[in-house]
Design a protein around this ligand. Structure first.
Ligand SMILES: NC(=O)c1ccc[n+]([C@@H]2O[C@H](COP(=O)([O-])OP(=O)(O)OC[C@H]3O[C@@H](n4cnc5c(N)ncnc54)[C@H](OP(=O)(O)O)[C@@H]3O)[C@@H](O)[C@H]2O)c1
Length: 336
């Protein structure tokens, strides 16, 4: 794919529907909807399609793009593709973008390609910056806690990354409240307060409501909810069947399978009826559900088409839930 001299972003991108919220107690504003590149941005999707998704999102006011060292397939490919798209079309807009990456899962062979050691975190970010042709990322996350590395070491590595200028802010992901609160204290004492916590939260997985969301919020840290559509289950994608081109239909993808669809389909159909009564699609209601929480700064969606992004943005038109809606949703989603 070559440089597209014709691309100029939508002039109305900041006056359209997107809203921006301060992340926790920081000064950084994030769009209520963020685009993640975990799926659909690896080697098996064309660069043209990926470029179209990213530029469409930017045109709609989505300024925040979420990556990780291991997104692909193969691992690293999503960063490489994103870097190419950025270089071709968006480099002039770098200061309008929040670009994040992470390290914490297995990335390369040997003892230094996984976990939370200083060696791994710093080498991994250096590799990510090279793949994306960037001098710095806006947010660098520790992708998951590593019980084998002292928390002090991982947090000191994150602090040194900010001091080196290779990241502006630090995030944590998949930390429970106990480890998270310890990590927040270490970071604060080092002088690099944590900006954001990235965690799974959706209508089918409400575990985070028990403590994590509130505990991070009480420390002034924002939360970004990943898989807010439960990887597509909370949409009309599977209401009739499992399409071949869907995540669950793709046998090469281990993350969502036929069993998960079949196990949840009754609940999904009932949730779809509630969404209809609210004049929303199920996807829109599912995103609104996460955004109604004061702790949630942004929902981190994935998308395989521009139309999905378009539909999801319309969730911002109605983020309110009546007591009656909440009651019926609780009955449906909290039942054992
Ligand atoms: N920190 C972590 O450990 C962690 C873990 C997981 C994810 N994440 C981040 O969170 C991001 C989002 O995760 P996710 O992809 O699981 O999010 P998701 O928004 O729950 O699921 C995205 C999938 O839902 C389907 N979809 C989206 N909008 C739709 C619509 N309007 N109608 C019908 N289907 C729709 C698409 O599936 P099809 O592809 O089938 O069309 C899309 O790929 C990732 O890219 C990554 O950045 C982080």
């Amino acid at each position: 794919m070559s440089y597209d001299p014709c691309y100029s972003p939508n002039k109305l991108r900041y006056s359209s529907k997107m809203q921006y919220e301060r992340c926790g107690l920081s000064g950084l504003k994030l769009p209520l909807i963020t685009l993640g590149l975990w799926h659909n941005f690896g080697a098996s999707h064309s660069l043209e399609k990926q470029s179209s998704l990213i530029k469409y999102a930017f045109d709609c006011g989505i300024t925040h793009f979420d990556l990780a060292n291991n997104y692909g397939p193969p691992p690293g490919k999503a960063e490489e593709n994103f870097g190419q798209i950025l270089k071709n079309d968006l480099s002039r807009y770098r200061d309008e973008l929040i670009i994040t990456t992470k390290a914490g899962y297995q990335m390369w062979d040997g003892p230094y390609g996984d976990g939370g050691s200083k060696k791994y975190l710093i080498s991994s970010l250096d590799q990510s910056l090279k793949r994306m042709h960037l001098d710095y990322v806006d947010i660098f996350y520790h992708h998951r806690p590593d019980p084998e590395t002292p928390l002090d070491e991982s947090m000191a590595a994150l602090d040194s990354i900010v001091r080196s200028g290779k990241a502006l802010y630090i995030g944590l992901s998949n930390y429970n409240s106990e480890d998270g609160l310890k990590a927040l204290k270490i970071l604060k004492d080092l002088g690099t307060p944590c900006l954001i916590h990235q965690l799974r939260y959706n209508l089918l997985d409400r575990e985070a409501e028990h403590s994590t969301l509130v505990d991070f919020h009480n420390q002034g840290v924002g939360s970004i909810a990943f898989s807010p559509l439960a990887q597509g289950l909370l949409s009309d994608r599977y209401l009739k069947n499992i399409p071949d081109d869907s995540r669950a239909g793709n046998k090469a993808s281990p993350f969502l399978d036929h069993e998960s669809v079949n196990a949840n389909i009754k609940k999904i159909k009932k949730l779809n009826e509630i969404a209809k009564a609210r004049n929303q699609t199920l996807a829109q209601m599912a995103l609104a559900w996460c955004l109604r929480r004061p702790e949630v700064t942004s929902v981190l969606i994935g998308a395989s088409s521009n139309d999905q992004i378009k539909e999801n943005l319309k969730s911002l038109g109605n983020l309110n839930f009546s007591e009656a809606d909440i009651k019926v949703i609780n009955t449906l989603t909290l039942e054992v």
